[in-house]
Design a protein around this ligand. Structure first.
Ligand code: OOG
Ligand code: NI
Length: 485
């Protein structure tokens, strides 16, 4: 009997979801096509260097999705479905009160955590849960109605959850069950044709369009699916040439001469999709909603906590330079990871764009080579023993010594996670309105521990996962050196 192992289930799920989303949002298909063209071009241009942060096979299949759910129970169920696919919660993101936005959700990302699994298929899903008890957004009455509404709906059929539990337990499914599981799993994220209760949706929309997108309907859906591209600047140009309006400049780090780090993302604005609405008198009317969009990303080297601190310092430095250049009180100053459309036009008085200023700051502050990033403890790398002619010397035990002395080489560990400021910006750029928020009210307590208790699963800390990989390779190098010298 043929069986389908976890990673094949994951790859098949990502493919099937991609196919469904392409039918729902045709511009996504264009994005995927252009991404593959760009990736093929980079491979021709740069040869094997193009694959330094992942093989072309991995990168071509690579996607992240974004979904949003309403209740702890729904989140636990979605965690069960993803566990069947070898995807586990990593990281905690609080998007309720960031510099650029306030969205009534907290989030985690489900993804493979083992390097071998990531290499086979790195599918990941940014997953957000609504916070109806946050008084800055919802008063007690609305909270109660919202929770009652959410308690009545069922996103995942019991058959799907049972198959998922079995797949997690057995780390595979027989072919027939696998087919059934995938069919049910994909269907759970399909945009529903059910009419939307218009007055309920509008009431939530007045608070936040994300709240309406989650709690205003009786099902969930993919919000976006994001392909990975090797040259995001080139992709941006080509999409614009095709007449697809990209909303901003590229978010995250600037293009620069040094190694790619973390994550650069860009997107096109939410498209109007036709939906049916139920009116208070029971009639059904055709209308439209704009909540789903297209996003694309380029991934770089994972930064250590020290590297992340430096990244934050550099972001503030860019803000500060733009503000001083532009004059009084930072009018129009926008963050480098901010998706607000005006961000695209943030220019210093000198005419330099945000990206130009960022490039300048990066050149001043960030080491321009992989080995310097490694030696200064700013980036995560795997270490590899180098073939070094014996000269009677004893190997050092520190990273800088190993690199400088030609004992060990470095291989970058790719950043597999998200950036809170970019994530907040992605939400923000696709909101119809700002909604309303009571800034005097207090928020509800939410943190990684809350997420972990609620999920009844470990929420992995991204830095721990990268550090473990890096340290394991270093230990291996040191042991081998001890044996051979
Ligand atoms: C998720 C937004 C975050 C990203 O790439 O940072 C995100 C959402 O819109 O639901 O997808
Ligand atoms: Ni995204």
């Amino acid at each position: 009997m043929t069986v389908v192992p976890t990673w094949r289930l994951r790859a098949a799920f990502a493919r099937a979801l991609s196919e469904m989303y392409g039918q729902e949002v045709p511009a996504y298909t264009t994005l995927v096509e252009v991404s593959s063209e760009v990736n093929a071009g980079v491979l021709r241009r740069d040869g094997s260097a193009a694959e330094r942060l992942g093989t072309i096979g991995r990168v071509t299949a690579e996607r992240h999705g974004a979904i949003r759910v309403g209740t702890p129970q729904e989140l636990r169920q979605v965690a069960q479905v993803f566990a069947a696919l070898g995807m586990y919660p990593v990281g905690f993101y609080d998007l309720r009160d960031t510099a650029s936005s306030s969205i009534p959700v907290v989030s985690t990302a489900f993804r493979p955590i083992e390097p071998a699994e990531l290499a086979l298929n790195p599918f990941r899903v940014f997953t957000s849960i609504l916070t109806p008890d946050d008084r800055r957004f919802f008063d007690a009455g609305l909270q109660e109605e919202l929770e009652a509404f959410l308690a009545r709906r069922r996103l995942f059929p019991p058959e799907l959850l049972a198959l998922a539990a079995r797949a997690e337990r057995e780390r595979e499914l027989p072919a027939e069950e696998a087919k059934r599981f995938l069919k049910l799993a994909v269907a759970a994220f399909k945009l529903s044709a059910e009419p939307v209760d218009r007055s309920w949706y509008r009431r939530l929309e007045a608070v936040s369009s994300v709240a309406a997108d989650i709690g205003g309907v009786t099902s969930t859906h993919v919000n976006h699916l994001t392909p990975r591209v090797l040259d995001i600047d080139e992709l941006y140009r080509r999409m614009s040439e095709r007449g697809i309006e990209m909303i901003d400049e590229i978010q995250g780090p600037p293009r620069w001469d040094g190694p790619d780090v973390l994550l650069r993302q860009t997107s096109f604005r939410a498209l109007s999709e036709s939906r049916r609405f139920r009116l208070p008198d029971g009639r059904v009317e055709h209308g439209s909603l704009s909540v789903r969009f297209g996003e694309v990303e380029a991934r770089g080297i994972a930064l250590t906590p020290a590297g992340r601190d430096l990244y934050d310092v550099m972001l503030s430095e860019v803000d500060a330079r733009l503000t001083t250049d532009r004059g009084p009180a930072g009018v129009d100053a926008r963050s480098a990871t901010d998706h607000r459309p005006a961000g695209a036009h943030a220019r210093a008085a000198t005419g330099a764009s945000r990206q130009d200023v960022a490039r300048e700051v990066w050149a001043e502050r960030l080491p321009g080579s992989e080995s310097e990033l490694a030696k200064q403890g700013l980036g995560y790398f795997r270490y590899r023993l180098l073939d070094r002619p014996a000269d009677g010397r004893k190997p050092p035990v520190d990273v800088a010594g190993l690199i400088d002395g030609g004992w060990a080489g470095v291989e970058p560990i790719v950043y597999e996670d998200f950036l809170p400021r970019s994530a907040a910006g992605i939400f923000q750029s696709n909101l119809a309105g700002n909604g309303s928020r009571d800034t005097a009210a207090t928020g509800s307590g939410r943190n990684a521990h809350w997420m972990q208790d609620m999920l009844e699963r470990t929420v992995h800390e991204p830095a721990d996962l990268y550090a473990a990989q890096s340290q394991e390779s270093l230990r291996h190098v040191l042991t081998r050196l001890q044996e051979t010298t």
